[in-house]
Design a binder for this molecule. Structure first.
Ligand code: UD1
Ligand code: UDP
Length: 381
């Protein structure tokens, strides 16, 4: 039987979450030999996901170092991946989204004239430095890719304006919804015990995450100071903050929010805990990309701690709101959602524009179709 060798390459938590359902589909497919390579740009936060979705890793480049620079990550991946590509000679590599792992893996594959499929292609903020360096990572990966799997029609239109040929683009929905639907449970009991003790019924619980490089320093200090003031102001409000393992984030979080009554600073949560926590909180404040995509499925409003977002569909649907990093603006926006129930209701229970749980199936089928291992092309999302 003719088989194609497909190599999935990823390295951070969000890529692992979004690639996991697709890798599991590829593994089931008899006409595919699936190889998994992790750069380990993240270590513990990657391993949490790899274990949860039982992904079998074939190559682990183990590149993470504390406080790594973008050049550290790029140089190591480019050098270390080369030997893997020479040894395995895949027909196609899959990369995801906008991380430095994705861009550099695509560059390494290009140097060896190996075909590249880009999952979660076509998102654009059109701001070079926000998200930084992800806007440019995603655009450059798009330049290198042969097949572009876009979550939405909007994303496809962005690529068309960049003169990417329509025949190379396929709209799939976002695989994050596939992952989310696998782990969401109505009667969920948290592995992180602190969460089992939180009073979700009588308190207004805010879930906070923050890690973006462009927010590190002053801007992140503004966000944390806003949180501090909000818990002082409202005795009925508590904040859960699973703190990213980036030492710069942890130091600042500890300095401004450490030992504060009503603020739970905890370690990054496993994906099951995190998504089921999202489903139980009152509102979410974040600078994350993936969380903006997941929240509409869970019916929760998101205040986005950035000046721009490439998740324009959620913005247009009214499910998320851009508030930036100005302390007073953050406090004002949270107060509005706490006090004004009409404003709150306007943001919740929107249809999720990002997916229906079948993105991985569409991608897997389309790859087989491209290599003439399937005759019929699936419908786009
Ligand atoms: C990276 C991605 C970003 C993504 C984010 C998800 C790039 C340029 N950035 O962010 O797109 O949104 O991951 O979280 O690709 N650390 C650990 N253990 C871990 C993970 C991180 O200790 O499991 C610490 C290390 O000290 C590491 C630091 O966090 O050096 C920063 O990690 P890094 O991958 O460089 O994070 P970002 O670039 O901020
Ligand atoms: N997430 C998680 N545990 C946490 C925080 C986030 O599993 O403690 C998940 C979240 O549900 C989403 C993804 O991690 O799917 C987002 O990752 P992150 O915010 O690190 O990166 P981004 O999406 O901004 O690239």
């Amino acid at each position: 039987m003719k088989k194609i060798k497909v190599m999935s390459i990823f390295g951070t938590r969000p890529e692992a979450i979004k690639m996991a359902p697709l890798i599991n589909k590829l593994e089931e497919e008899k006409k595919v030999e699936s190889i998994v390579v992790v750069t380990a740009q993240h270590r513990e936060m990657l391993d949490q996901i790899v274990d949860l979705f039982a992904i079998k890793v074939d190559y682990d480049l183990d590149i993470m170092t504390p406080g790594q620079s973008l050049s550290d990550i790029s140089a190591k991946i480019l050098i270390d991946l080369e030997q893997v590509l020479i040894t395995e000679k895949p027909d196609l590599i899959l990369v995801h989204g906008d991380t430095t792992t994705s861009f550099i893996a695509a560059l390494a594959a290009f140097y060896h004239k190996i075909k590249i499929a880009h999952i979660e292609a076509g998102l654009r903020s059109y701001n070079k430095y926000s998200p930084y360096p992800e806007e440019i990572n995603r655009s450059l990966t798009g330049v290198l890719a042969d097949i572009h799997f876009t979550p939405t029609i909007n994303n496809k239109e962005n690529l068309l304006t960049e003169n990417i040929s329509e025949g190379d683009i396929f709209v799939t929905g976002n695989t994050v919804i596939d992952a989310l639907l696998e782990v969401i449970e109505e009667d969920y009991s948290f592995e992180e015990n602190i969460l089992n003790r939180i009073d979700f019924k009588n308190k207004k619980i805010i879930l906070l995450t923050a890690h973006r490089r462009e927010n590190l320093g002053e801007k992140m200090a503004e966000i944390f100071s806003a949180i501090k003031e909000l818990v002082f102001e409202h005795s009925g409000v508590e904040v859960v903050f699973p703190v990213h393992l980036n030492p710069k984030v942890r130091k600042l979080a500890q300095r401004i929010l450490g030992d504060l009554k009503g603020v739970y600073l905890i370690d990054p949560l496993n994906y099951g805990d995190f998504v089921n926590l999202m489903a139980r909180v009152y509102l979410i404040m974040t600078d994350s990309g993936g969380i903006q995509e997941e929240a509409p499925t869970l019916g929760k409003p998101v205040l986005v701690l950035r000046e721009v977002t490439e998740r324009s569909e959620a913005l247009a649907a009214g499910a998320i709101k851009l508030v930036g990093t100005d302390k007073e603006k953050i406090i004002g926006s949270v107060n509005k959602l706490i006090i004004d129930s009409a404003e709150y209701n306007r943001m919740i229970n929107k249809k999720n524009p990002y997916g229906d749980g079948k993105a991985s199936l569409r991608i897997c089928d389309y790859i087989l179709y491209c290599y003439r291992l399937k005759n019929v092309k699936k419908e786009e999302f």
